[in-house]
Design a protein around this ligand. Sequence first.
Ligand code: URA
Length: 165
Amino acid sequence: KIFSDGSPSAKLMIIGEAPGVDEDIQGRPFVGSSGLLLNSMLRSISIERPTDCYITNILFWRPPGNRSPTNSEIAACLPFVWRHIELINPKIILLLGGTAAKTILGSKEGIMKLRGHWANIMLKEEKRPIPCMPTFHPAYLLRQPARKKETWQDLRAIKTKLLEH
Ligand code: URA
């Protein structure tokens, strides 16, 4: 099972979809080609792995044949994902791709609509809302590099909020 990477005390928590084959082999999230792109995206806002962020996925295993996670797989992992967010208690969450965005925000909208807009989540044990920024998944950006422009705007918004008190 692939659980997380990075620093549990980081202000920024990043949630992706599910591990791929490279992640399966290395036992850490976002270490394949998506991970390399994610690293350079983060570096563009001076976020270095593993110190400045904490990374996890909605699913802790790779769906057979790398297919999209089913609703029941997502439902099976969700209590752990919520508890994980509570334990890390980040200042901000970056949601990578439609699966993470829809699942965490409880939205039926696709990533095209959701990205670029802050949305707050409330945790049971926390008295404060946690702002979440959905953006495109790096695997999508590898296929659609023209979309990097929007992701860059989303990352700038993340950086600005991280610097706020
Ligand atoms: N894509 C994801 O969503 N998560 C990973 O860990 C790797 C690729």
